[in-house]
Design a protein around this ligand. Structure first.
Ligand code: IDP
Ligand code: MG
Length: 136
């Protein structure tokens, strides 16, 4: 039975600053994702804080929100069979050092904080994150 899902992807400041967005989008498309919607935006720090609220208690929360709001990002709705898990797999581990070969973070990630992409971690969070950026 088919299970088409949507997930939220963000190309983070470190990758945008190196003009890697075209290459990263191509990786999604080659992996069979449809980019349903996409836009380049710059978040206010307060918006980054709202987006990353689940990490509020972590020691890196403030730096993380500073970073995500430091320069423009590309937010996208990606769609394919089991998109949430498939995107996590294509992204690779949070720390680029641990990311499998051929994954986005292995190829482009600089460090655990500057790891080039965000992807929703569950179907429920994907819905919340998609509606955060794409209100219609
Ligand atoms: P994920 O992006 O792979 O889902 P999360 O644990 O949800 O990873 O963390 C969100 C983001 O916070 C990571 O992508 C990374 O940018 C940052 N982050 C996670 N752990 C650390 C850390 O130990 N130090 C600094 N930044 C971190
Ligand atoms: Mg996460």
């Amino acid at each position: 039975m088919s299970n088409i899902e949507q997930t939220l992807s963000i190309i983070k400041p470190d990758a945008m600053e190196r003009n890697l967005d075209g290459e990263i989008k191509l990786m999604f498309e080659k992996d069979g994702f449809k980019i349903v919607k996409g836009k380049k935006i710059k978040l206010a720090k307060s918006e980054a804080e709202e987006f990353y609220k689940v990490h509020e208690t972590k020691p890196f929360y403030n730096d993380l929100c500073e970073y995500l709001s430091s320069s423009p990002i590309m937010v996208m709705i990606l769609e394919k069979e089991n998109a949430v898990l498939a995107n996590r797999k294509l992204m690779g581990a949070t720390n680029p050092k641990d990311a499998e070969e051929g994954t986005i973070r292995e190829k482009f990630g600089i460090s655990i904080d500057k790891n080039s992409v965000h992807g929703s971690d569950s179907v429920d969070n994907a819905k919340i994150e998609i509606s955060f950026f794409f209100k219609n």
